[in-house]
Structures are given as C-alpha cells and as structure tokens.
Design a protein around this ligand. Structure first.
Ligand SMILES: [Mn+2]
Length: 288
C-alpha cells in the first residue's frame, strides 16, 4: 500500500484555486491523470479569481467521480455564509454570479459536506509517513489524530441539518477565543477549531492566534509570534497547506509544505506529488 487515497496511483496535492478555472484545466491537462491517480485540493476553491462558478462545478464533478477530495478554506466558508444570508458578498470576490446560478443550492449543499482536514498518511517501504491536508495549518499542540477529530466536529455542524448549519455560520465570525483549550465548548470551541484550520498564520508559543499579519514572514512580526509551522511539534507530521500566498510556496520542510503559489495574484498554480515530491506548476493566465 502506498496511500489510503490510492494504493497505486499518484496523489497530487494542489494549492488554492480561488476561481482560477482556466489554470486548473491547464494543470489537469499537464497532470494527465491515470485511473489510479488522485487529487487533493487545499481549499479556497472560490473567490477573488475570475471564475468561481466553473471552478466549483469542476471540483464537485471530480470529487463525485472519486478522483478529487478537497478541504474547506476560509473563503469557501464565507461563501456558505453569504449563501445563507449571514454575510455580504464582497464585490472583489466576484462570487455573485455563482450565488445567482440555478445550480447554486446544489453546489452549496455539496460544498458544506466537505471536510476541513484529510489524512494523507502513506507507506513507503515498511515505514508509515504521517501527513495531513488542511487549508491554513495545524497548531503544534495538536497531533494528527486530534486534528482529524476536531475537524470532524466542525464538519458535523456544517453538514448537519440547515438549522445547525445556520447556527454555526452565525457564530463563525470572531477572533475569540484566540487560544485552544480542550475545555472549550459550544460555538467558542468549533469557531476556534475553524480559525486554526482555515485562518491561522502567526501564533505564539502557547498557540495563541494573531490575525492581522498577512504579508511575507520576513516582514517584522509582532513580538512573541511566529509562523505556526516554525514552532516545534511533539509528534512527526507533515502538513500540506495553502492560504498564505505571501509565502510563495517556499516553505518546504519535513513538517510543512506550503502550496499556495498565488495563482490568483499573477503567481502560479502548484501541484506536488505526495510520495515522489514531483512538482508541476502552471503560471497564472495560462490556458489550455
Ligand atoms: Mn485562505
């Protein structure tokens, strides 16, 4: 066995699409997927880019066919909140066309059933490599098992009945509490999990989140805070993440791999094969 996602094929982990449909099609063409190959998308499928509707339709189709899986990002969650009327569409997101589409309800019900974390662990020789896909990151205080369990707590709210979904979306927008505790309950708990998995960039030594710093990490950081992936972890785990375009996908360590190449900002769409580490890049504005 190589991976639980596909024992024999390639597993391509792909950075933020942000409505870059043309580049996604160009990437799919380059990857030239065989029947055993699989895709794992790191969330923020929509918003900012030119074509969120066709991007989402394509990803849904690939997921339904068993070819792709995706985690949810902060922009995907924001779209759900707009759909349910709890937040306003930002003109710069270019998502109104998607919300006005006759297929919108079907797309949103599919979207809300997607996870916030995917286990990517695989075997190489007789060794198990622990790996996970999330949108923003995993705080060092959480193990792989913790992360999958906490992500499921959020997924239960999102994918439950519509009342449960609405209650969650109404309680989703806050930066508080900033630090995890196993004692957290109710919406404070699921909100904190959501913020770690979909919004985190800098954290302090005790994993308290900072929400204002969004630029490149070489810029001056607030005292006591560092990028989440720089704090030592207790257990071995490689985290594949997107979200932080200013990193320019340059983080590539034994514990963390950034894959948001900032395609929507004129950068590139990046895919990395899980086991071989082979990388495929499509520059922004390249079409099929
Ligand atoms: Mn994001």
């Amino acid at each position: 066995m190589k991976s639980v996602l596909s024992p024999h094929g390639n597993i391509w982990v792909i950075g933020d699409l942000h409505g870059c449909h043309a580049e996604f099609e160009a990437l799919l063409k380059q990857l030239d997927l065989g029947p055993a190959d699989r895709l794992v998308l790191l969330g923020d499928l929509v918003a900012r880019g030119p074509d969120s509707l066709d991007t989402l339709k394509r990803v849904k189709e690939l997921c339904r066919a068993g070819v792709a899986r995706t985690v949810l990002g902060n922009h995907d969650l924001h779209l759900l909140a707009c759909w349910r009327g709890f937040s306003k569409v930002k003109p710069k997101d270019h998502t109104q066309q998607l919300l006005d589409d006759p297929d919108c309800d079907r797309l949103m019900h599919w979207l809300r059933a997607q996870p916030l974390a995917i286990d990517l662990s695989f075997m190489t020789g007789d060794q198990t490599k622990r790996a996970i896909a999330v949108h923003a990151g995993v705080p060092p205080i959480w193990s792989r098992k913790d992360t999958l369990r906490y992500a499921l707590e959020v997924q239960h709210h999102l994918s439950g009945d519509v009342k449960k979904l609405d209650d969650f979306l109404q309680n989703m927008y806050s930066n508080e509490p900033r630090v995890w505790s196993e004692d957290l309950t109710g919406y404070a708990r699921v909100r904190t999990i959501t913020n770690y998995l979909t919004r985190m960039r800098l954290i302090s030594k005790n994993s308290s989140m900072e929400f204002d710093f969004k630029t490149r990490p070489s810029a001056k950081q607030p005292k006591g805070f560092r990028p989440w992936y720089e704090w030592p972890r207790r257990s071995e785990l490689k985290i594949y993440f997107g979200h932080w375009a200013a990193l320019e996908a340059a983080v590539d360590t034994t514990q963390a791999r950034a894959l948001d190449g900032g395609c929507v900002w004129g950068g590139e769409l990046i895919a990395e094969e899980l086991v071989s580490g082979k990388v495929v890049r499509v520059p922004a504005n390249q079409t099929t």
